[in-house]
Design a protein around this ligand. Structure first.
Ligand code: SAH
Length: 249
């Protein structure tokens, strides 16, 4: 079995790699690479992919860079080059819903692209011919996540995640996305990963820890909470990997 773990930014995958390779929990990628133990690094299409053995299972960890295009590229490489069986995404997101507070964990039930717009031709927002407005994440992996949450006694929320190539820090745009797609959280990669995994029929799971509320303070909050929220998400993803290995390894 091979599991792909993806983030968009270096800060999102550092806590995953440091957990896997027995480094101090908050070590930087430079530190991890200098003290490389069981990681193999591959350079493909201007990105690094970190291959590791973990509890007898093969893992490939990668960060894509920010946005839908880079996320699609990384998801495609994980699937086509590395032949992963599952894709787990770990990262941060802005909250669209009132009850989602900074640090909270939310997994996507389904995802959409809020900036995909050919409405001039009479189509709904987020739709292109032969595509889908919403793509559902793997129900099986969501079930696994719920079991992990119960066992670890952490709260895991669920909801619709809207993705687009924009950092949302604007109450008006936030409200529009919330209303148009009934979305709960906002980020810049999830739906791209969903489209690729859906096309290749690879079960995927998108987890985000809230870093900001997509409002006027979003940029400030993001910088303040990126590290902490990334670590929360990474910790949960590692527990999910443990569970997947226990159940299916
Ligand atoms: N500070 C970074 C840019 C971060 S962009 C820099 O200067 O390089 C925001 C990243 O976090 C994206 O990967 C996105 O998926 C997620 N994200 C968090 N809050 C978001 C928000 N309010 N709107 C859109 N994406 C958000």
């Amino acid at each position: 079995m091979k599991i792909g773990i993806m983030g968009a930014m270096i800060e999102e995958i550092e806590p995953i790699l440091s957990n896997l390779d027995n480094h101090p929990p908050f070590s930087s990628l430079d530190y991890i690479l200098q003290n490389l133990n069981q990681l193999r690094v591959h350079n493909i299409a201007n990105n690094r992919y970190f291959e590791a053995k973990y509890k007898g299972c093969d893992l490939v960890v990668a960060y894509s860079k920010i946005g839908k295009v880079y996320a699609s590229l990384t998801a495609s490489v994980l699937i086509q080059h590395f032949n992963i069986d599952y894709l787990l995404f770990s990262g941060v997101a802005g909250a669209l819903r009132e009850d989602l507070k900074i640090g909270d964990l939310i997994c996507a039930t389904k995802l959409c692209q809020h900036d995909l717009d050919i409405t001039a031709f009479g189509h709904p927002y987020g739709y292109v011919p032969e595509g889908k407005i919403f793509i559902e994440a793997s129900k099986e992996l969501i079930l696994t996540a719920k079991e992990v949450a119960k066992e670890k006694k952490v709260e895991l929320k669920e909801g619709i995640i809207a993705t687009g190539d924009q950092f949302i820090a604007d109450p008006k745009r936030k409200e529009w996305i919330r209303k148009t797609f009934n979305a709960d959280a906002i980020e810049m990669e999830g739906a791209a990963v969903a489209v690729v995994c859906d096309a290749f029929d690879i079960p995927f799971f998108i987890l985000r820890s809230i870093s900001d509320s997509a409002n006027d303070e979003a940029a400030f909050d993001f910088d303040e909470f990126l590290k902490h929220s990334s670590q929360r998400s990474a910790k949960f993803i590692i527990s999910m990997v443990d569970k997947i290995i226990d159940e299916r390894g």
